[in-house]
Write a protein that binds this ligand. Structure first.
Ligand code: ADP
Ligand code: ADP
Length: 229
């Protein structure tokens, strides 16, 4: 339970322009693998393929040993928790946003998830500000705070597999470090595929895959990659 495998995956949005060429890697249960590489290398495409937004043209993608070509998108979404780059929130309380899709979660569960993600004091606020008795509007959530809502949602959902797509890229350094710490907490012991721009944000990954022009250019631990460059 909780494995991802890409076997010789080839993909193109436009047949004349291959995006991924024969990409193979494995994320064993409980491990973290990071995909890094320049913009346009095909990193986000990997996460879209994992959720079956597109069909691949060659190879196989397996989740828990099962070819995802025969798995419903909905069950993939249950199995794989995604913390996206940019979180779109419902115009309802943060608590509602954290709970969304998890009607079985207790208020206590929601509160605990919010606290772990360090958004605890905000759970009655609205993303766009909060309403008071006299109808005033309060502060809008910042980018970092919205990320925390997405993290809290993922903590509550507790999926076996996590997909983090440059989850801290839009943030300033201080916020990025705080969010990184929260993400490390969520991904501990959980199968995690991280997509990152910079090697420095994925130092602790079990394996780092460097993607260039849709091909794996290098792979290894952070130390191994530093030694070879
Ligand atoms: P990365 O995440 O590494 O920046 P992407 O996977 O987003 O790269 O994109 C890889 C390439 O595929 C880019 O050249 C991009 O322009 C192209 N691409 C991305 N999405 C689409 C799409 N929906 N249709 C056509 N081309 C796309
Ligand atoms: P970040 O770097 O995390 O995206 P921002 O610069 O967006 O942070 O916001 C910093 C702080 O300012 C946050 O606490 C947020 O609540 C507040 N804030 C953001 N946008 C507004 C706004 N339009 N009006 C008032 N306060 C805001």
């Amino acid at each position: 339970k909780g494995t991802i495998e890409f076997r010789n995956v080839s993909f193109a949005y436009d047949p004349a322009r291959p995006i991924l060429k024969n990409v193979s890697f494995e994320v064993p249960a409980g491990r973290t693998v990071a995909i890094v590489g320049p913009s346009g290398a095909g990193k986000s495409t990997i996460s879209r393929l994992l959720f079956r937004f597109y069909d691949i043209q060659g190879g196989e993608i397996l989740v828990d040993g099962q070819n995802i070509a025969s798995v419903e998108q909905e069950s993939l979404r249950r199995e794989i928790g995604m913390v996206p780059q940019d979180t779109v929130l419902f115009n309802d309380t943060i608590a509602y946003n954290i709970r969304y899709g998890r009607t079985d979660a207790s208020e206590e569960d929601v509160r605990r998830a919010a606290e772990l993600a360090q958004i605890g004091p905000f759970i009655e606020r609205l993303p766009d500000g909060y309403r008071t008795m006299v109808g005033e509007r309060g502060l809008k959530l910042s980018g970092g705070e919205k990320q925390r809502v997405a993290i809290a949602r993922t903590i509550l959902k507790a999926p076996p597999i996590l997909m983090l797509d440059e989850a801290t890229s839009a943030l300033d350094t201080q916020t990025e470090q705080e969010i990184q710490a929260a993400l490390d907490l969520v991904s501990r012991g959980r199968t995690t595929l991280v997509i990152a721009h910079r090697l420095s944000t994925v130092i602790s990954a079990d394996e780092i895959i460097v993607l260039k022009d849709g091909e794996i250019a290098e792979r290894g631990t952070h130390g191994e990659l530093l030694a070879s460059n």
